[in-house]
Design a protein around this ligand. Sequence first.
Ligand code: NAD
Ligand code: TYD
Length: 354
Amino acid sequence: MQNQRPNKTILITGGAGFIGSHVVDFFVNKYPNYTIVNLDALTYAGNLENLKAVENKDNYTFIKGDITDEKLVNEIFSKYNFEGVIHLAAESHVDRSINDPLAFVKTNILGTMVLLQAFKALWQDNWEGKRFYHISTDEVYGSLGETGLFTETTPYNPNSPYSASKASSDHFVRAYGETYGLPYVISNCSNNYGPFHFPEKLIPLFINNIIEKRPLPVYGDGNYTRDWLYVIDHARAIDLVFHEGKNAETYNIGGFNEWKNIDLVKVLCDKMDEKLNRKKGESQELITYVKDRPGHDLRYAIDASKINKELGWKPSVTFEEGLSETIDWYLNNEEWLSNVTSGAYKKYYKEQYL
Ligand code: NAD
Ligand code: TYD
């Protein structure tokens, strides 16, 4: 990887989470001349073990802190003269948002507002060369029917407290651009999968349950569709949008890779049987249909042609390759898995499924 970009100090929020840790790793390695500050509250979803590979690098600093804490954010801003931010910190799990929506309002809306205020104050005398990059989700567009794709002009129509809070934060970022001139860019990505994915979400939860021969709880009839992207391809897209994206634009990022949940689960079961030397069909017997998620969006699918045409991005791995690498990673990192599935995780799992 070559880098001829000028020195910069950038803030990455939520860098100890699933996607954030891949973004931190990518930027720290690709841009040794950048100073990268990772601000993360280390909630249940944040894990410094995700960052072992970069923790001692000279161009990397970790700060444990909450983005809703104005005093702390101001202290950090008086120390670092940030020229950019990649804002990933969020409450990110739809099921948790159904149980505790206010936590999502606090971090996703209020936290984004605290950052917007701090960057406005820091940059308002000179917006030149600055960039507020807000990481969002395709879930803000609501649900598709059997056909069609989300484009950048699809109206927002969020259905869950999670997607409503993300939609709100997207609107505030845009409003700061329109009202105050804040240079921003937003991307809306489809479902990610890959290493370091917290095992409450579909793919890592099911990998873990297959390893442990526990039931695989498929919501409703399993005919819900998601568009899956390998997390490292998301990190590559974030690099491109951060450096080459146009101000005040939105970019949709997706894997051109739609799967009905039940079909994906069956493929996952078969692949796991192969890798674990189990009898073909053994893991599929674990599939259990359970009560549906309230307000469950039927289908998400991204039209990623804008980022493809304008920035030349496309996924670098097929789903088959990405899924295989992901399973291998979980099988080779059982310690990581057992560390995150103890304590608070056990309590959540019991409340959600048992
Ligand atoms: P995650 O839940 O794995 O990680 C979130 C991180 O944010 C954690 O490290 C957590 O400790 C931190 N955090 C939470 N609240 C905080 C606070 N108040 N202050 C500081 N840090 C806080 O989430 P993820 O899956 O990595 O998602 C990252 C971003 O990407 C989110 O904004 C999410 O909406 C977006 N996104 C995720 C997906 C996906 O499939 N996971 C898809 C599209 C967009
Ligand atoms: P999830 O990984 O929570 O992502 P999102 O809701 O943000 O798309 O869920 C992906 C799909 O899998 C979604 O349609 C809900 C479904 N699902 C199950 O059927 N069972 C489960 O235990 C979980 C966590 C998800």
